[in-house]
Design a protein around this ligand. Structure first.
Ligand SMILES: Nc1ncnc2c1ncn2[C@@H]1O[C@H](COP(=O)(O)OP(=O)(O)O)[C@@H](O)[C@H]1O
Ligand SMILES: [Mg+2]
Length: 303
């Protein structure tokens, strides 16, 4: 009987032949990508909001400094590539320098900093589309020598855009912190950010109420300019922990504008203590989340 030379029948599986092409490698898991991009970083915490101007960058910087003041190794990545403000808030004058394995982040007040503003001539704006933003996230993660860190705080732009999406898809995140004012208009948009993180399987560690009230320095009267208790109530409704509140305070704004955040400038002031309490609550949330995760046998956010 002659051999059938017609080759494999349509639809039949190709035979694994010696010398044939190797089977395609499975796509790396987020944990493997993280291991290759930021191998020494333990917890990655994006700080997000729906609206702009609610104080994400102020809260990110002060929380990062509060964590460092408690002895943690901390980095802050300014993910707001269109409106980078972390170097201003931290009063950074230096630029990152090249190291043997990537850019060395600038160090300021004991934390490591990277921001798009280091790479933009003063006054110039970034005019980029989505794919470039995704590459920037790659660069800020894998192209920077973060070294060994306990916490990498990522200050995000407002909303639910490309940067948020890229970050969530590239590496496993420990959990997001949502910042909002207690105003309904801000909270409604903050809920969209919550929805996005949940959809992308990033846990939410909690919500911070910024500009929660104003204490009049002359008469001591408490003004609830944006309403009262909105973030706590929204947190309860959505099953999100309330991490604490920061007053609307002129000194916080002044400290940020002159590059000496409140936690550095007046660490024992009531304003700084409010930031430090939030950092403490955040650490407690991370620890309890890690325990829950270990108990449920899930591997996604156990380190
Ligand atoms: N609790 C606060 N009290 C007073 N001013 C604040 C407070 N939080 C933020 N600010 C000021 O509000 C402005 C917006 O804050 P920012 O942190 O840049 O917001 P976002 O990053 O959400 O756009 C800044 O001028 C900042 O100094
Ligand atoms: Mg900002």
């Amino acid at each position: 009987m002659s051999a059938d030379r017609s080759g494999p029948k349509r639809g039949s599986k190709p035979l694994a032949m010696a010398g044939g092409p190797p089977p395609p490698r499975p796509a790396p898991t987020p944990a493997e990508v993280r291991e290759s991009l930021i191998p020494g970083v333990k917890y990655v915490i994006p700080v997000a909001s729906g609206k702009g101007g609610v104080g994400k960058s102020t809260v990110s910087a002060n929380i990062a400094l509060a964590l460092a003041a408690d002895g943690a190794r901390v980095g802050i990545m300014d993910g707001d590539v269109y409106g980078p403000s972390i170097p201003l808030i931290l009063g950074v004058k230096d630029k990152p320098t090249p190291g043997p394995n990537g850019l060395l982040p600038v160090e300021r007040y004991g934390i490591k900093v990277i921001s798009m503003s280091f790479f933009l001539p003063p006054g110039e704006a970034l005019i980029w589309r989505g794919p470039m933003l995704s590459k920037t996230i790659d660069q800020f993660l894998g192209g920077v020598e973060w070294g060994e860190l306990d916490y990498l705080i990522v200050d995000l732009p407002p909303g639910t855009g490309d940067i948020q999406l890229s970050l969530c898809q590239k590496i496993p995140l420990t959990g997001a912190v949502i910042v909002s004012t207690p105003q309904d208009a801000a909270l409604r948009v903050a809920e969209r950010a919550v929805f996005m993180f949940q959809k992308l399987k990033c846990p939410i560690l909690g919500i911070v109420e910024n500009m929660s009230h104003f204490l009049c320095p002359s008469c001591g009267n408490r003004e609830e300019i944006f309403g009262s208790g909105g973030c706590r109530k929204t947190g309860e409704r959505l099953g999100i922990a309330f991490l604490g509140e920061i007053p609307l305070d002129t000194q916080i704004r002044i400290d940020s504008d002159r590059g000496r955040p409140t936690v550095i400038d007046a660490p024992e002031s009531p304003q700084a203590l409010a930031f430090r309490q939030i950092a403490e609550n955040l650490v407690a949330r991370i620890e309890s989340q890690a325990k829950e995760t270990a108990r449920s046998g899930e591997t996604r956010i156990t380190f």
